[in-house]
Design a protein around this ligand. Sequence first.
Ligand code: SF4
Ligand code: SF4
Length: 228
Amino acid sequence: MCGSIRREIRPFLEAYGKDMEFAQIELNWFDWKFQNAKGKLELLKEWNIPVWVMEPVRGGQLANLQAEDAAKLKAARPDEGIPAWSFRFLQSLPQVTMTLSGMSSLQQVRDNIATYEESRPLTDEEMKLLLSVADDMIRRTTVPCTACHYCVSHCPMQLPIPDLLRLHNESMAAGPGAFIAPMALSAFAQNQQPSSCIGCRACEQVCPQQIHIPDALHDFAVRVGQKG
Ligand code: SF4
Ligand code: SF4
C-alpha cells in the first residue's frame, strides 16, 4: 500500500508541495497500518509539511474499545482514559501541529482540554502495545487481502474483488454507522457490486490468503442493504 500511496501522492507533492503550508490527513493509531497513515506521514516529512489531523479517534471508535483491548491499555497507564491514548499517540508525532477532534458533548470538551494540559508522548513500549492492539482489532474484523489480483481473472462476473474486499474491511473496521464504504460503493457499476457475486468460489481456489471471498462479499452485501 505504501508503494501505491507514494505513486499517487508523490507527483502532487512534487508539483505543489513546496507551496503547501500544511496537509490535513486522517491519522490515528488504528489507521497507522490499516490505511498506511505512517506512509503518508513519511512522505509529507520529505517536504517538511506540517500535518493537521482529522479523525483522531476514528469517529469515536477508538474511544470505545472492547474490554480486552481496553484492559491492556489500562494496565499500561492506569490513570489515562481510553480516548486520551489517541491524543497521546499524536503527541508522539512531532510533525503533527494541529488536531481536529469532533466533540459531541461538554464532557468530551472537558476531557480533551484536560488531556492537552500536558504532553505525555508514548514510550516506545507503549507505542508497540498500542499498535499491537490495532493489529488485533484489524485481525478480528477484516480479511487479509493483499490486493495481489490473482483472483480477478478467475471471476466469471469480472468483479473487482480486491477493491470490494478493501471496502468490506473499511466497513467492518468502522462498525455500525460506517459511511465511507457505502459512499465509495455508489461509484461502482451495478454489475460490480458485492451482491453480483454468484458464489461459484472460483476465486477462492487461487487466493494465496485462503480468504472465503464469496462469504465476505455476501456479508458485505447484507451490511450495505443489497441482500436480506
Ligand atoms: S465466488 Fe463471486 S467473486 Fe468469487 S469468482 Fe465467483 S462470482 Fe467471482
Ligand atoms: S487472490 Fe486473495 S489476496 Fe489476492 S486479491 Fe484476491 S482476495 Fe485478495
